[in-house]
Design a protein around this ligand. Structure first.
Ligand SMILES: Nc1ncnc2c1ncn2[C@@H]1O[C@H](COP(=O)(O)OP(=O)(O)OP(=O)(O)O)[C@@H](O)[C@H]1O
Ligand SMILES: [Mg+2]
Length: 418
């Protein structure tokens, strides 16, 4: 039986709206760690009117065993960072408790962690002290840390003068090299260039392979699926799923059946109006409604139409166009390009367009629909329908696709032709 190293029970965190709680300084965190090394963090309830507060985390419980790499998934504001901040003692829970066994290294968002007035050099030793390491142990790792972070020249500069990239590189390097038994990693892939992101992922993987416990927060599904074996899904502060990482990612990608506003129900349209596109959604080939598509994954674009005045036998062609967030058109695909015309459509229904491989880089895109009847423009809703593409192992090499050199991805064969 492997040992439980993190036990979270009924963890809740309430924030006051508007009044952002100041982060503790590094020294405060250090002092607390010294005072209560790896003991229990008990919740402290304070009376604040409910209306002015938000539950960033609500009654979350889970356990992590030694050596597990757990992915924490959720939309913006789901409570992921709040959870890691509580585990790393940057903030206290309102209710519930946490038991941690082992020294915790955390790599949270830029801006927490280091003491701004101290140099990189001094911060490395301080961080070591928080982890309970002695100076000799830290000294043995020092050169590796500096080299990995690529900040040799700035090691004696106060970290407040660092660019956010330099800061993050140092923070990452310290957290990953100083051998914490539990490593908390929050969105490291959001900062830094592709080469550094890759290096970070490699290092997190190395930490994991050494049998240390890692909690990994990312919006990159490819990175999560590469690194983690298990996952938990947070929604509005609550844990809604826990299981294998692939299943957790699928749950995240599947859209909730919440009734969000339909941008096509009331919009400006161009065209003669013989047919109207009134609804849009994306589905998996199995018919599950998706809120995001994996890079290179299959997708079915579904358009709901209303047949207003198409004559008998008139030929209807629908099209789907995809634009980048800079409104640059990437492709336009009419059904008639594939020789498909729709005729004698009912008063209302759906037409669907299946793409076996959506070869787009991770990012935010827009879908635009268009319909012609008898070759004339019938409907062109003036709406950009948002579509999110998330990273995945596009090339099947075991590496998630992190970088974006451009919106399109291609794959084929490389060979030497000597
Ligand atoms: N210091 C704070 N004061 C007030 N509200 C906060 C504070 N920190 C977080 N919140 C709120 O708590 C909720 C959860 O935030 P949290 O940062 O944990 O989400 P997240 O899952 O990390 O999101 P993201 O993916 O955007 O990083 C949000 O509604 C957020 O606005
Ligand atoms: Mg966050």
């Amino acid at each position: 039986m492997s040992e439980t190293v993190i036990k979270v029970e009924g963890l809740s965190k309430r924030y006051r709206i508007g009044a952002r709680e100041g982060y503790k300084t590094f020294r405060e965190t250090l002092m607390e760690a010294v005072r209560a090394p790896f003991g229990r963090l008990a919740g402290i309830g304070k009376a604040v009117p409910e209306a002015e507060t938000v539950w960033a985390l609500n009654n979350v419980s889970f356990e992590v065993k030694k050596g597990e790499v757990l992915g924490i998934i959720g939309r913006n504001g789901a409570g992921k960072s709040t959870l890691l901040k509580i585990l790393s003692r940057i903030t206290e829970p309102t209710k519930g408790r946490v038991e941690l066994r082992g020294r915790v290294g955390s790599l949270l968002e830029v801006g927490t962690g280091f003491h701004p007035e101290l140099t990189g050099h001094e911060n490395i030793y301080l961080y070591g002290a928080v982890l309970g390491m002695d100076r000799n142990e830290v000294s043995r790792k020092f050169d590796d840390i500096v080299e990995f972070a690529e900040i040799e020249k700035f090691i004696d500069t106060p970290v407040k003068r660092y660019s956010s990239g330099m800061y993050m590189r140092l923070a990452f390097s310290v957290a990953a090299h100083l051998e914490p038994e539990i490593l908390l990693v929050d969105e490291v892939l959001a900062v830094g260039d592709a080469a550094f992101q890759k290096k970070c992922l490699g290092q997190v993987g190395k930490v994991a392979s050494e049998g240390r416990t890692v909690l990994f927060v990312s919006h990159n599904m490819g990175a999560l699926e590469t690194l983690c074996r298990k996952g938990i899904l947070l929604e509005s502060g609550g844990k809604v799923f826990e299981g294998g990482i692939h299943e957790t990612v699928s749950k995240y990608l599947a859209k909730n059946h919440e009734t969000s506003a339909n941008p096509l129900s009331d919009c400006v349209r161009l065209g003669n109006g013989k047919i109207k596109v009134v609804g849009f959604r994306m589905e998996s080939p199995e018919g599950e409604v998706l809120k995001a598509v994996k890079s290179g994954g299959p997708v079915v674009f579904c358009f709901q139409f209303k047949n207003i005045a198409c004559g008998n036998g008139e030929r209807v062609s629908f099209s789907v166009s995809v634009y980048t967030d800079k409104e640059y058109g990437l492709f336009h695909y009419y059904s008639h390009f594939s020789g498909v015309y729709f005729q004698d459509l009912p008063e209302e229904g759906w037409v669907k367009c299946f793409l076996p491989e959506l070869n787009l880089s991770p990012g935010n895109y827009f879908v635009v629909s268009y319909a012609t009847v008898g070759g004339e423009r019938a409907d062109w809703p003036q709406v950009f329908l948002p579509m999110e593409v998330v990273g995945s192992d596009f090339f099947g090499t075991g590496n998630p696709n992190l970088s974006t050199w451009g919106p399109m991805l291609v794959k084929g064969k490389w060979f030497s032709a000597l």
